[in-house]
Design a protein around this ligand. Structure first.
Ligand code: FAD
Length: 307
């Protein structure tokens, strides 16, 4: 039951100040967010790709309050893409973006987010890679899907994320499982009300399998975003039954979670992409990782007491 409490705290400014100022926070944060700037992250990109892994890069940040912050977020991605260019990784290092960080929640936010994300998608295409739009809370999704559709007119490989816990997702998956589309399926990481989302873990898992079947049987490119061993095994079975080859779908996991499994799947010949977040505005991202596994919170609390 701790998860919903932590998710509520992830939206509290008071908790943000408290947690961010704690002296020992950084070493715990580093497990999930291995760098604060592009200089720290580039060697990690080199290291992971040398191990046969692929990446999707997230400059952390969300809930921004001014258009200037949104423009700064865009520029941070442009700088990253510039720094990745000489590595010539192509689609082995793609970008994940949260539209809230590009201004989606501000006045005129839909247009602002589209205007900010478009140059990032263009720059990514310029180095042979793609962008995936992360899914945030359910109130943002109609705008996210509309931006996704708009971007796909010029950049058809732009991906998006769907969340198994939402009732709407089965219909979204049917719409998106079409030729050329790239769709990441995750369980969902936000605190959502019972009117729009399954609350029970077992129900969410069952929904995940239903949606995954739709994606695997469809004509798009499914990206299986989960660390759940049962779902990984089911995904392999569904891919096999749908006649998909190993390069016709991929697994995705978060940096810092089940790292051995990343390597195992890659060694078995699967495409394995590691979602790698970096930056200084890590609070929301970090708190969602704590909420997913309360043992993380105990580790965090213990380190605050023992230092
Ligand atoms: P769970 O049942 O939560 O976990 C299965 C096992 O994985 C656990 O038993 C544990 O061993 C391990 N594990 C899972 N989480 C943690 C953790 N935080 N710390 C330590 N161990 C852990 N959510 C969104 O709402 N929008 C997004 O755009 C989004 N993008 C994502 C991208 C990727 C690549 C991934 C992997 C997840 C993303 N998520 C996103 C988060 C997702 O919704 C889940 O909250 C998260 O993946 C945990 O669910 P799970 O499928 O791993 O299953």
């Amino acid at each position: 039951m701790l998860g919903p409490v932590i998710l509520a705290a992830s939206r509290s400014d008071r908790m943000r100040r408290l947690v961010s100022a704690a002296p020992v926070t950084k070493q715990v944060v580093d497990r999930f967010i291995p760098g604060e700037d592009v200089d720290e992250i580039v060697p990690i990109v080199r290291d992971l790709t040398a191990k046969g892994l692929e990446l999707t890069m997230d400059v952390v940040g969300e809930d921004i309050t001014t258009p200037e912050q949104a423009a700064a977020a865009r520029d941070a991605y442009l700088e990253l893409i510039d720094r990745l260019k000489p590595l010539e990784l192509g689609s082995r290092a793609e970008m994940s973006v949260k539209l809230s960080m590009f201004g989606q929640a501000l006045d005129g936010g839909h247009e602002l987010a589209l205007a900010n994300v478009r140059p990032v998608v263009e720059a990514a295409a310029g180095i042979g890679t793609t962008v995936t739009l992360d899914a945030e809370d359910h109130t943002t999704l109609d705008s996210m899907f509309a931006i996704h559709e708009e971007l796909r007119k010029d950049f058809p490989e732009t991906g998006c994320v769907i969340q198994a816990y939402l009732f709407r997702t089965e219909a979204d998956a049917r719409r998106l499982a079409a030729a050329g589309s790239r769709v990441r399926l995750v369980k969902g990481a936000y605190k959502e009300p019972a009117e729009v989302a399954y609350q029970d873990k077992h129900e969410i898992d069952k929904a995940y399998v239903r949606v995954l079947r739709t994606l695997m049987e469809g004509d798009g490119y499914p990206m299986v975003g989960s660390h759940d061993p049962r779902l990984i095994a089911i995904a392999q079975e569904l891919a096999h039954r749908a006649g998909r080859k190993p390069d016709e779908y991929e697994f995705q996991m978060l940096y810092g979670i089940r790292g051995e499994e990343h390597l195992r799947l890659a060694a078995e010949g699967h495409r394995m992409r590691v979602y790698t977040a970096y930056g200084t505005d890590w609070y929301g991202y970090f708190m969602r990782r704590l909420a997913e596994k309360p043992a993380n919170l105990r580790f965090f609390a213990r380190s605050m007491v023992t230092k």
